[in-house]
Ligand binder design. Structure first.
Ligand SMILES: Nc1ncnc2c1ncn2[C@@H]1O[C@H](COP(=O)(O)OP(=O)(O)OP(=O)(O)O)[C@@H](O)[C@H]1O
Ligand SMILES: O=C(O)C1=C[C@@H](O)[C@@H](O)[C@H](O)C1
Ligand SMILES: [Mg+2]
Length: 180
């Protein structure tokens, strides 16, 4: 069977990119990277600190650089930050260098899954439902135009989502292959 290509996960906050990416990489026995974690470890500081000191613009410059570096690797699974697709060059690298999977879910699930985490500055001190809705309206066309596959994570366990990604990426690689 042909080796699977790079798999890049995109999608809004709380769809499960980090959770599912880690599990998918473990099952495929390949390295897992998370662009948010990579930005933090290179900077030696947290995402809220970067937003406070450098603004969203500063964060996006760091993010585009990390996406370029990570998408240049081979046979990896990469979970991107929710806003990575706002950069045109990042979108191009994601499309050219691997299979892009858009993880989607409902607004209600996003609200539930982002309730406790304080590491998402765009959701702090604001009406989270309205903010998530607005971000989705701006970004959904970018997720859809960048993705090779759309997979829902709503009401499904991370393991079930991983199974579907593996099956559909294989099918994309070998359209004539039958499901096992
Ligand atoms: N399929 C799922 N079912 C239920 N809960 C999930 C599922 N996937 C993720 N979660 C939970 O949702 C929360 C957010 O998930 P995660 O951090 O993976 O999202 P993300 O897409 O990486 O978000 P961000 O863009 O902010 O990095 C976590 O608490 C995680 O445990
Ligand atoms: O949707 C976004 O713009 C963000 C999502 C997170 O993954 C982080 O990259 C950061 O909080 C910004
Ligand atoms: Mg994440």
């Amino acid at each position: 069977m042909q080796a699977l290509p790079n798999i890049f996960l995109i999608g809004p906050m709380g769809t499960g990119k980090s959770t599912i990416g880690r599990l998918l990489a473990a099952e495929l026995r390949r390295p897992f990277y998370d662009s948010d974690h990579e930005i933090e470890s290179r900077c030696g500081c947290g995402i809220p600190w970067i937003f406070d000191v450098e603004g969203e613009g500063g964060f996006r410059i760091r993010e585009a650089d990390v996406i370029d570096r990570l998408t240049s690797l081979d046979e990896i699974v990469l979970a991107t930050g929710g806003g990575a697709v706002t950069n045109a060059t990042s979108r191009q690298y994601l499309r050219e260098r691997g299979v892009v999977v858009y993880l989607s879910t409902t607004l209600d699930q996003q609200i539930r899954r982002t309730a406790r985490d304080r590491n998402r500055p765009l959701l702090q001190g604001t009406d989270r439902r309205e903010r998530l809705r607005q971000l989705m309206a701006e970004r959904e066309p970018l997720y859809l135009s960048t993705a090779d596959l759309v997979v829902t994570t709503d009401r499904r366990s991370p393991r079930a989502v991983v199974r579907e990604i593996k099956r559909r990426v294989r099918r994309l690689q070998n359209p004539l292959e039958q499901d096992a």
